[in-house]
Design a binder for this molecule. Structure first.
Ligand SMILES: [Zn+2]
Length: 107
């Protein structure tokens, strides 16, 4: 993992702890490409847009997708010690839990 460049933007891939999240995102995306953190996040955002547009709803029926562990800053973030679920998490779950979640995409 030395001096590899991102297949999308050509910048050098960082091999420090930041890569932890990048690798998790790539696993979520089932991405085989060598993309940097920024491009991986863009890829994920694009995927979220497609899910919202109903274009890849089959991904929500993939049991592996739903059973993945929750990742900080991807599925949730912490605010005053409380977990706030992201829109991504709700989309992944596939339905509204009626708890008035802040990032609920279903209403
Ligand atoms: Zn990149």
């Amino acid at each position: 993992m030395t001096n590899q460049v991102c297949s999308r933007c050509g910048s050098y891939l960082i091999t420090d702890s930041q890569n932890y999240l990048v690798n998790d995102i790539k696993e979520e995306l089932k991405s085989e490409s060598n993309t940097c953190g920024k491009c991986s996040k863009e890829e994920l955002e694009l995927k979220i847009e497609l899910i919202k547009a109903g274009q890849i709803d089959n991904i929500l029926k993939d049991p592996k997708w739903n059973k993945k562990k929750l990742l900080e800053n991807l599925d949730y973030y912490l605010e005053n010690g409380l977990m706030v679920f992201t829109e991504y998490f709700h989309l992944k779950k596939g339905y509204c839990c009626k708890n008035n979640c802040r990032h609920c995409p279903y209403n």
